[in-house]
Design a protein around this ligand. Structure first.
Ligand code: MF3
Ligand code: CO
Length: 291
């Protein structure tokens, strides 16, 4: 529990304004939702304008790294080559690749091909082939602020049904994004994503989701895609999180590679695709911070 502020005390947000002229009304509104039984965000999940600006700077590097990958990725390249590109772009900007040494992760980026769902480890032995689909998941720390997004790339002649999977997952993220607005619920977003995936005959991975991000790599809330409209955490201005559904063409079940303890694969060997964006809840809707 946060300690109760007097109306004339300085606001908890650091604006320097009196509480009554700053977030008092905002807090009352959140309290109303809490009393109705909703899960509501803590103050520490609400970014200040200054923090948001610094996270945007971090995201500029993250976006640039993915833009350079998009420009250079090609058949015959190894996933280690992608790792090197991300490392170089990121460090050239004075930033740190967030995955590097994160809980023992050995590389600067995750590269997940075909039936790899996520957390693929770049390797010089893994060569991009004609027809592959690959997710490149890039995360950056700049001056202590975190950004995180991922994109899919199609290598050469990808079968039309596999292209469709990639396109549908991308669209699902934007269907979810449309639901991101203050005083709505994360479940509004989750259901929009899941409905669109199901309409297309695919399945969403249930165990791994998005997350709050900005001051740390992974903050609350956990962001799933199986919650229903009107449920899950209340969204309020200043919250920031990722939308990053992992979608399997076949069954939703997954397993973790026993050799490296990282790479997640589909249980049935079917293809999996993922897109990730980092989103800020604003006063009147949302802003994409990283993509
Ligand atoms: N970038 C992933 C995410 O979206 C996290 C990867 S953790 C790592 O949450 F260690 F594998 F990089
Ligand atoms: Co993420």
């Amino acid at each position: 529990m946060e300690k109760k502020l007097g109306r004339n005390d300085a606001c908890w947000c650091g604006s320097g304004k009196k509480y009554k002229q700053c977030h008092e009304e905002f807090d009352h509104r959140i309290e109303m939702f809490r009393k109705q039984g909703h899960l509501v965000p803590d103050h520490k999940l609400i970014k200040t304008p200054d923090q948001i600006e610094k996270i945007r700077e971090s995201a500029k590097v993250n976006i640039e790294a993915l833009d350079v990958v998009a420009d250079k990725i090609c058949i015959g390249m190894s996933t280690e080559d992608i790792d090197r590109i991300v490392y170089e772009v990121t460090t050239k900007r004075g930033a740190i690749p967030a995955p590097l040494n994160y809980e023992g992760f050995p590389k600067s980026v995750c590269t997940s091909i075909n039936d790899a769902v996520c957390h693929g480890i770049p390797s010089p032995d893994e060569i991009l082939q004609d027809g592959d689909i690959i997710n490149v998941d890039c995360s950056t720390i700049l001056n202590g602020y975190f950004s995180d997004s991922s994109r899919m790339f199609l290598m050469g002649n990808v079968a039309p049904e596999n292209q469709k999977l990639v396109e549908v997952v991308r669209e699902s993220v934007y269907r979810g994004l449309e639901q991101v607005k203050p005083w709505g619920f994360l479940g509004d977003m989750g259901q929009a994503v899941n409905d669109y995936i199901k309409e297309n005959g695919y399945s969403v991975v249930r165990e791994i989701g998005g997350h709050g991000v900005g001051l740390a790599f992974h903050e609350d809330p956990w962001v799933g895609y199986t919650t229903k409209r009107g449920t899950d955490m209340l969204m309020v201005p200043g919250m920031m999180f990722t939308i990053e559904p992992m979608v399997n063409m076949g069954k939703p079940e997954i397993f973790v590679d026993e050799e490296n303890d990282w790479t997640v694969y589909t249980e049935d060997g079917s293809l999996s695709a993922q897109w990730e964006i980092q989103v800020l809840v604003t006063e009147d809707g949302h802003e994409i911070i990283s993509y």
